[in-house]
Design a protein around this ligand. Structure first.
Ligand SMILES: [Fe+2]
Length: 191
C-alpha cells in the first residue's frame, strides 16, 4: 500500500496518497489562473488524465461501494472553497438521478466504464419535459468536462463490474454535500 501523506488542505481524516496530493496541487495551479469555467474545466481535464491509470491514486476505502446506491467519497476540499475532488463508486446497475451541477465539473474514469445520457430541457412551467440528446460510454481512463448551463445528465453503470470515477468540481463539496444543483423528476420523451 502506498505511503499516506497528511496535508492540512485535506478534508478527511486519514490523509491523501502521494499521487492524489500531486493531482490536487496540479488542479490548484489551474484553478488559481482564474480562467473561464469552460476553459478551467478543459485544463483540469488535461491534468486529471495522466492520473487515472495510477493504481496508487486512492486508498482502498476510497474505492468502496455501497449496496444501496452509488457512493461518494470526499477526497479533497480546497480551503478557499474554489474546488473539490471526490471519487464516485458505482456497483453494477447503480445510477445517478437526472441532475445538473452548480459549477464546472470534470469527470475521469478510473476503473471500469460509465454510461452517460445527456438531456435537453423542453417547454416551460408545468409542461416541462426532457429529451435525450446524447448517449455515450465514458471509457476507462477517459475524461470529460463541462460547465453549466446545459449540463443535465445521468450516469449509470450497466456492466457487471464496479466502476469508479474521479470528479473535480468548481465548488466546495464540504459545504454543499454534493455538486448537484437540481434533480429533474420530469417526464422523458423521445425527441
Ligand atoms: Fe453529474
Amino acid at each position: 500500500m502506498a505511503t499516506l501523506k497528511p496535508t492540512s488542505r485535506y478534508a478527511g481524516a486519514r490523509g491523501q496518497t502521494p499521487a492524489l496530493a500531486e493531482l490536487v496541487d496540479s488542479v490548484r495551479a489551474v484553478v488559481t489562473e482564474g480562467r473561464s469555467a469552460a476553459d478551467t474545466a478543459a485544463a483540469v481535464g488535461e491534468r486529471l488524465g495522466p492520473y487515472l491509470s495510477r493504481e496508487d491514486l486512492l486508498r482502498p476505502d476510497q474505492r468502496e461501494g455501497d449496496q444501496d446506491a452509488y457512493r461518494q467519497h470526499l477526497l479533497h476540499a480546497e480551503e478557499d472553497g474554489s474546488f473539490s475532488l471526490v471519487s464516485l463508486v458505482w456497483l453494477p446497475g447503480q445510477r445517478t438521478p437526472i441532475h445538473d451541477h452548480v459549477a464546472w465539473c470534470v469527470v475521469g474514469v478510473h476503473q471500469g466504464a460509465e454510461v452517460e445520457i445527456r438531456y435537453r430541457l423542453v417547454g416551460d412551467g408545468a409542461r416541462q419535459y426532457l429529451v435525450p440528446a446524447h448517449t455515450g460510454v465514458n471509457p476507462l481512463h477517459s475524461t470529460c468536462g463541462f460547465a453549466p448551463p446545459g449540463d443535465i445528465h445521468e450516469v449509470h453503470n450497466d456492466s457487471d463490474a464496479k466502476a469508479i470515477s474521479i470528479h473535480v468540481y468548481g465548488a466546495d463539496i464540504r459545504q454543499l454535500g454534493s455538486s448537484v444543483r437540481r434533480r429533474y423528476d420530469l417526464p422523458v420523451k423521445a425527441g
